[in-house]
Design a protein around this ligand. Structure first.
Ligand SMILES: NC(=O)c1ccc[n+]([C@@H]2O[C@H](COP(=O)([O-])OP(=O)(O)OC[C@H]3O[C@@H](n4cnc5c(N)ncnc54)[C@H](OP(=O)(O)O)[C@@H]3O)[C@@H](O)[C@H]2O)c1
Length: 330
């Protein structure tokens, strides 16, 4: 079977390879074997290949934070899953044609839903949902502000906020995205700039914004801080600018802003299995119902993993890049 693998940290499209390895064999009593139908290429995967992510695996390394797969075999003790079920694994190393997984690590998802959307369910939708609900108890009608709003997480947050009656200010770094993000449910779309605070106050009628969600870091956080009310919370969850988060002394002392960070992995590890299943069932239901969707720019076969990674690493994409390692999906 084929997998994606890298043997040195470096520029992702230069070091990633599609290689042949032995098949996974039969499942143990508490395991299932799945055929991977699709996996997305996320910024964290690219950082992993560059050696810049929190997890630095021994080389040569497999990778891949998420995928959707179909159960093709299960061990004798496995309950609640049958051959043909679609599942998302909660473990990593998902850039493979086939994998053997402990059944307890699998979340069953609806089978009548676009598998490309299900392939993107594990990481970005719960990240958006948890950041919106974990830090500030926003009431319907209140506002939040986010940057990198045209990212996968950004798309999810707009739709999840809309469903909760929460209004969103969506900051992007380039023109031409307002129509798409407003059609999704975003209330205000603003291109980043030094006068962001003034423009956001004008667009929201001076609303007291109590939550900012940041994937960019650096001085972007200072500009988000300008848009916030006193004692608001800023949740930093990404490293897109490569710059450390910044705030001014005025913002920390006189405005008393709170800056914290979010990482999905330890958050999931602290959740009870039933709570995780319930959250993914809710989010999968939204995908099935059409109220949670992320645009797809391209799909590739696993043999073209280097081209897929190069496209995913490019700016100004119109959506996510995915790989369908067992052939195109009908
Ligand atoms: N902490 C967590 O647990 C967690 C979970 C999920 C995701 N994340 C992080 O969330 C971020 C978004 O992930 P994703 O999968 O949603 O991304 P994505 O769909 O691949 O999109 C990347 C987005 O980042 C924007 N971008 C890139 N560099 C930027 C910069 N310097 N300033 C402003 N915008 C920039 C791009 O804008 P253009 O279209 O203009 O190029 C694009 O909208 C990543 O940093 C990822 O690592 C963190």
């Amino acid at each position: 079977m084929k997998i994606a693998q890298f043997s040195a940290f470096g520029k992702p499209d230069e070091v990633i390879r599609c290689v042949d390895v032995d098949d996974v064999g039969a499942p143990g009593p508490d395991e299932a074997v799945i055929d991977v139908l699709a996996f997305p290429i996320n910024p964290a995967d690219l950082l992993t290949i560059e050696g810049r992510y929190a997890l630095r695996p021994p080389l040569p390394a497999r990778l891949g934070a998420e995928c959707v797969g179909r159960v093709i075999a299960r061990g004798r003790d496995v309950r609640g899953l049958v051959e043909g079920d679609l599942v998302i694994p909660l473990d990593r190393d998902n850039w493979v044609q086939r994998k053997k997984v402990k059944a307890a690590q699998l979340v069953k998802v609806p089978s009548n839903v676009d598998p490309l959307q299900l392939a993107m369910l594990k990481v970005n939708p719960p990240t958006a949902h948890l950041m919106m609900t974990k830090y500030v108890k926003l009431q319907p009608g209140e506002w939040l502000i986010q940057d990198a709003a045209n990212s996968g997480v950004g798309h999810c947050l707009i739709q999840i906020a809309k469903a909760a009656g929460i209004r969103s200010v969506n900051v992007v770094r380039r023109d031409g995205l307002a129509d798409e993000l407003k059609a999704l449910g975003g209330d205000v779309v603003a291109v980043d700039g030094p006068d962001l605070g003034e423009r956001v106050r004008a667009a929201t009628n001076g609303a007291a914004i109590r939550l900012a969600i940041d994937a960019v870091g650096g001085e972007q956080i200072v500009r988000l801080g300008d848009c916030l009310t006193e004692e608001a919370v800023i949740v930093n969850y990404g490293l897109l600018s490569g710059e450390n988060p910044q705030l001014t002394g005025h913002q920390t002392v006189f405005k008393r802003l709170w800056l914290t960070g979010f990482w999905l992995m330890p958050t999931l590890q602290r959740m009870a299995p039933a709570e995780i299943q319930e959250m993914y069932a809710m989010l999968a239901g939204r995908i099935a119902g059409g109220s949670l969707r992320v645009p797809v720019e391209a799909t590739y076969p696993i043999e073209q993993i280097a081209q897929a990674v190069a496209q995913a690493n490019a700016y100004r994409r119109t959506g996510k890049v995915l790989v369908t390692p067992n052939g195109p999906l009908g």
